[in-house]
Design a protein around this ligand. Structure first.
Ligand SMILES: Nc1ncnc2c1ncn2[C@@H]1O[C@H](COP(=O)(O)OP(=O)(O)OP(=O)(O)O)[C@@H](O)[C@H]1O
Ligand SMILES: [Mg+2]
Length: 382
C-alpha cells in the first residue's frame, strides 16, 4: 500500500505543503531584507511549517545567509536558553567542527564556553558556561550572532519557535528588556519569532508597554483557502491511485472549517478507509474516527473549565450572540454580566474561543463537533 499523501502531527514543508504562496513570499522577503518578523495564529494552522518551508528555500538558493531554526519548547530557564542559543548559532555558522571549537576563542571575550563533543563529532557538540558568569554577561551570548556574522561577513536569519515559552522564566521581564535592547541593534541578523500560544505571543509583541512592541513586522497567519484544499485533496488521492470527487473533497475543509491540521487528519482517515472511490460512507466513518481519536484530549480540556465557563461555551455552541441579555443569561445559567465577561476573557485567553467578525466561535472545529455531540447529542452529517 502506498504511503498516505496526508500528513499531520509533524510540520509539513515540502511534501504535503499547500498554498501559502503569498505568506511565503512575504516572509522570505522580510527575512532577506533584515525585517524582523513575528508570526501569530491559533494553534496548528501552520506557522512552523511555513517557516521551515521558507528557510529551506533560502538555504537552497542563498549562500550569503546562514539560517537556523531553534525550538524553545523544552527550554526551561534563562541559562538553558542562552546555552542552546549559543550552541545552535555556532553550529549554524560553520560546517566544520574545527571551526566550532575555535569559535570559543574567536568570538567570546568575557565568557569561557565549555565544549563537549557528541557521539558524532562532525555533527554534534554541546556547550555550557559557568552559570554565575553567564548571568552577569548574558549580553555576550545575545550578541553572538551579530559578532560572528560581522567577523565572517555573512548575514544570519534566526528563527525561534515557541518563543512565548521564555515568558515562563523567572525574571523574564528583565531578560525580555535585555534581549530587545541587544537584538534591536543587530544589523547582520534578522529574527523570526513565533509560537503556539497566541495570547502570550500577542501580549509580547502587540502590547505598547512591552519591550518587543514594534520589534518588527507581524504576520497574522490566515487559514488556507477552500479551493486550495480541494485541489490538494483531489491530487493526494490521485497520486495514490484513489479517487475523490470535488463535492466530497470540498466537504472535508467545510467540516473542519479549513483548519490545517484537521483537514489533513480527516483527509488521511477518508483516504485510509477508501478502497477506490471516496463516498459519504467513508466521510462519515472518518469523521467519527477523528472525533474518537481526539476525544480523550477534549475530555481533559473540559475538565479544566468551570461550570459557568462551560455554560458559556454551550451558549456559543448554540450560536447565541447577546450573551449579556437577561434571556440568554437565564437560559444558559451564565450568572451576571460580570461573570459573562470574565468567563469570556478566560476562554479567549485559553484559546478555546475567539472573536471572528464580532461573534464568538470555537477555535478548534473538531472540539466543537465533539462538544455538540457530548452535550446536545447533535451529530454532524455530511
Ligand atoms: N501549508 C500547509 N499545507 C498543508 N498542510 C499544512 C500546512 N501547514 C500546516 N499544515 C498542517 O497543519 C499541521 C500543523 O502545522 P504546524 O505544526 O506547522 O502548525 P503550527 O501553527 O506551528 O502549530 P502550533 O501552533 O501547534 O505550533 C501540520 O502537521 C499539517 O498537517
Ligand atoms: Mg508550531
Amino acid at each position: 500500500m502506498k504511503d498516505s499523501p496526508f500528513i499531520y502531527g509533524t510540520t509539513v514543508s515540502i511534501q504535503s505543503f499547500t498554498d501559502r504562496e503569498t505568506e511565503s513570499e512575504k516572509l522570505k522577503s522580510n527575512l532577506l531584507n533584515g525585517i524582523n518578523t513575528t508570526i501569530i495564529s491559533p494553534r496548528r494552522w501552520g506557522k512552523s511549517s511555513l517557516v521551515e518551508k521558507v528557510i529551506a528555500g533560502i538555504r537552497k538558493k542563498d549562500k550569503k545567509n546562514k539560517t537556523v531554526i531553534i525550538d524553545l519548547f523544552s527550554v526551561s530557564n534563562e541559562e538553558e536558553f542562552l546555552e542552546k542559543f549559543a550552541q545552535e548559532i555556532i553550529k549554524a555558522s560553520a560546517d566544520r567542527w574545527q571551526e566550532w571549537m575555535n569559535s570559543g576563542k574567536e568570538f567570546f571575550k568575557q565568557l569561557i564556553p565549555k565544549f563537549s563533543i557528541g557521539i558524532d563529532p562532525n555533527s554534534d557538540f554541546s556547550l555550557s558556561f559557568d552559570w554565575h558568569e553567564l548571568k552577569k554577561k548574558s549580553d555576550e551570548v545575545l550578541n553572538l550572532p551579530e559578532t560572528i556574522a560581522r567577523k565572517k561577513g555573512f548575514k544570519f536569519i534566526i528563527c525561534l519557535d515557541e518563543f512565548q515559552n521564555l515568558a515562563n522564566f523567572n525574571h523574564y521581564l528583565t531578560f525580555e528588556k535585555k534581549m530587545r535592547s541587544c537584538w534591536q541593534r543587530h544589523q547582520s541578523v534578522t529574527y523570526c519569532l513565533y509560537g503556539s500560544k497566541r495570547h502570550m505571543m500577542t501580549d509580547i509583541f502587540n502590547n505598547p508597554s512591552k519591550p518587543f512592541y514594534r520589534f518588527g513586522d507581524i504576520i497574522l497567519l490566515q487559514k488556507i483557502h477552500t479551493q486550495k484544499w480541494i485541489s490538494f485533496i483531489i491530487k493526494g488521492f490521485e497520486s495514490t491511485g484513489k479517487k475523490i470527487d470535488e463535492k466530497m473533497a470540498a466537504a472535508i475543509p467545510e467540516a473542519m472549517k479549513n483548519h490545517s491540521w484537521y483537514v489533513q487528519q480527516l483527509s488521511h482517515y477518508v483516504w485510509n478507509l477508501t478502497q477506490k472511490n471516496a463516498t459519504f460512507t467513508e466521510l462519515n466513518a472518518a469523521l467519527n474516527e477523528l472525533i474518537n481519536a481526539n476525544s480523550p484530549l477534549y475530555q481533559k480540556e473540559t475538565e479544566n473549565i468551570s461550570q459557568t465557563q462551560l455554560n458559556l461555551l454551550k451558549a456559543v455552541a448554540k450560536n447565541e450572540t447577546q450573551f449579556t441579555s437577561a434571556a440568554v443569561m437565564q437560559k444558559h445559567f451564565l450568572g451576571t454580566p460580570r461573570n459573562v465577561s470574565k468567563n469570556k476573557m478566560i476562554l479567549i485567553k485559553n484559546d478555546i474561543i475567539h472573536e471572528v467578525n464580532n461573534a464568538l466561535e470555537f477555535v478548534d472545529p473538531a472540539f466543537e463537533l465533539w462538544f455538540k455531540k457530548q452535550y446536545f447529542n447533535q451529530s454532524y452529517n455530511f
